[in-house]
Design a protein around this ligand. Structure first.
Ligand code: SF4
Length: 626
């Protein structure tokens, strides 16, 4: 039987005894679990025992592509990492792009499942369908750029792609990232720490084995349509200015988190904007494999106290916010330098910047002092202190050792009221989109299985702005951004199913999506059909997303996460100061009512927040116990 879009080969590495095996699942398996996040969830639920130590050998880490990865169309070169999170204790899940995902596909595998812990540091080398584990003692303790240089030299091929755990991962920083190309990250939930805990330093890949496309002519036409449409599309700004495009608009509506979420308006917004970056330090735009959008930034700073090497790309919107407005820092060079350090050491820029901002808030309130920080003057606005903290966190030195466990764990250790200032859900620090101006996003932050995430549902303005596209996913009752009602709950849930499917088909959310993106949801289903030959509909696509979401919730239930953890941090219920959202606070009652409505719509138990057996059975998940 001819396979379209995938190889039908999943590599299992049993690291305890350095053994490699290839699994060859059938088509029904691929059509059910597809790839990306859902595929990772399948192995996590099957192979990781309850209450496993996230940094112990029992935690199963899956690096999964999908049936679309490597096909010649924009937005498909992405990979999801799934394991139990060392930061949260709940499910961990993180997507990343670049060229590594497509190259792994060309190297002959659809996913890699990592079991156990190697007796000594190793790296995995995969070329044209063959895999081997090689010693990596000489790579341990080296920055990502050095590791990539050594591997290219050692393997004799400058075109290999490398995914790696950095020094932060080796040191068990609980929000350590996986890094490829030294500037692309599977950033969130600590997957870099999990990979390093397995004594696996890196995965290097190279190959020429491109899976067949079912309808190449049709896919080519869709790709050409995208390239032609792009300059006229609402995704164009993301291409030209990167995600940094939105700094100004977020600030204008009072939605740019400032000084650890005390305000939604930052007086230094222009200095850290995508527009200013373009005028000053932007060297060029970069891209992921076969993508026409080219949203990635490459910046350069050669003079002054903070430099930035173009090899490490440039800061995204979230990074500009967390190291910038969150910390009251308007120094673009300092932010670019912190971004570089996160690439070199392998750290999630969101949790890192947000944790430093929390510490700065504690410092401002007098809850911690220079006695705690080792003499560092951790004032808001102190760029040198912020950069120094990134280094200390990566190396787990001094006060950085405490911050390396994340803001909530650090607050629990310090006490003294510092807990009141934490801005995290399920211990995952909140990204830079404020639910005060996007009400349904607050609900998603609260209920999302792996913590507060801005890429797990459509943001509220999309409902009124794109009624035709919303109708494709069954949403026909447009609402204002600042409203929260039953129609908004339905918007949150149905768009969450679509985003959940996108993280399973592993497509970029700036290219495919239900609102402003280049391709709409129906076109996404069509792309899947053209690549795989499956008669994919929007309904089946959403069901794929619903299945992945329920697998995550079932895993969390097993680990003791349910309704009690589906809450927002206390700071959300305190009034903001300044800008368009001056005086605004979220309402607990409103959020709790929305949460109960959401559980009922999702088919989850209203008392516990767990998926019911009926819901799991209806999704073909009767093998999962809750
Ligand atoms: S839109 Fe940007 S992040 Fe997405 S695939 Fe294209 S270049 Fe990569």
């Amino acid at each position: 039987m001819t396979l379209y879009g995938y190889h039908g080969r999943i590599l299992h590495a049993y690291l305890d005894d350095l053994r490699l095996e290839v699994e060859t699942p059938d088509e029904a398996f691929y059509r059910t679990y597809v790839g990306g996040s859902a595929l990772g969830m399948y192995y996590l639920l099957r192979d990781t025992p309850a209450n496993a130590d996230p940094l112990g050998p029992e935690n199963t880490l899956t690096l999964a592509l999908s049936v679309l990865t490597g096909a010649p169309i924009s937005g498909q070169s992405r990979m999801t990492a799934v394991a139990k999170s060392p930061l949260t204790g709940a499910v961990g899940d993180s997507q990343g792009g670049g060229f590594f995902p497509a190259e792994l596909k060309f190297a002959g595998f659809d996913a890699i499942v990592l079991h156990g812990r190697a007796p000594h540091p190793v790296y995995l080398w995969i070329k044209d369908g063959q895999a081997e584990l090689l010693p990596a003692g000489h790579l341990w303790g080296k920055t990502t750029d050095a590791v990539e240089d050594i591997l290219k030299e050692e393997l004799g091929d400058p075109k290999i792609e490398v995914l790696q755990a950095g020094i932060a991962g080796e040191n068990g920083v609980r929000y350590a990232a996986l890094i490829s190309m030294v500037n692309r990250a599977n950033g969130r939930t600590g997957m870099g720490a999990v990979m390093a805990s397995k004594n696996l330093k890196a995965v290097a890949v190279r190959g020429k084995n491109r899976p067949k496309v079912f309808d190449s002519k049709g896919l080519n036409a869709l790709a050409k349509w995208g390239a032609k449409e792009f300059p006229e599309s609402d995704a164009y700004g993301t291409g030209v200015l990167g995600t940094a495009e939105i700094v100004l608009s977020q600030n204008a509506v009072g939605g740019l988190p400032t000084r650890n979420w005390a305000s939604g308006a930052y007086e230094g917004h222009e200095a850290i904007s995508g527009h200013r970056m373009q005028e000053t330090i932007l060297l060029e735009r970069d891209t992921c494999y076969a993508c026409t959008v080219r949203c990635k930034r490459v910046v350069q700073v050669t003079e002054g106290p903070f430099t930035a090497d173009p090899r490490f790309g440039g800061p995204e919107y979230e990074t500009l916010s967390t190291f910038g407005s969150y910390c009251g820092i308007d120094d673009l060079a300092a932010i670019a330098h912190a971004n570089q350090l996160c690439g070199q050491y392998g750290i999630d820029t969101i949790s890192c910047g947000a944790t430093i901002a929390w510490a700065m808030d504690c410092f401002k309130q007098g809850l911690i002092t220079t006695e705690d920080t080792g003499g560092i003057d951790l004032r808001f606005g102190n760029a040198a202190a912020m950069v120094q903290m990134v280094e200390l966190i990566a190396r787990r030195e001094g006060f950085g050792d405490l911050l390396a466990d994340g803001s909530e764990a650090a607050a629990q250790r310090i006490g003294r009221g510092t807990e009141e200032l934490v801005v995290a859900v399920k211990k995952l620090e909140m990204p830079a989109h404020m639910p005060h101006v996007k009400r349904s996003l607050g609900l998603i932050y609260a209920v999302n299985p792996f913590g507060a995430d801005h890429q797990s549902s459509e943001h509220d303005p999309g409902y009124r702005a794109y009624p035709d596209r919303m109708a494709q996913i069954g949403l026909t009752n447009p609402q204002r951004s600042k409203e929260m009602n039953e129609a908004k709950v339905e918007f949150a849930l149905r768009s969450q199913y679509v985003y959940s499917a996108m993280d399973t088909f592993n497509v970029c959310q700036f290219v495919f999506g239900p609102a402003w993106q280049l391709y709409d949801t129906a076109q996404m289903a069509e792309a899947i059909r053209l690549i795989t030959g499956w008669d994919m509909t929007v309904d089946e696509l959403m069901r794929v997303g619903q299945r992945r979401l329920n697998m995550m919730r079932a895993f969390n239930a097993r680990e003791g996460f349910g309704k009690a953890q589906d809450t927002l941090p206390k700071k959300m219920f305190k009034a903001l100061a300044g800008g368009r959202t001056d005086g605004m606070a979220l309402s607990r009652e409103e959020m709790e009512t929305a949460r109960d409505q959401y559980y009922a719509m999702a088919g989850w138990d209203g008392e516990t927040g767990y998926p019911t057996c009926e819901t799991l059975d209806s999704l073909g998940l009767d093998w999962i116990e809750v």
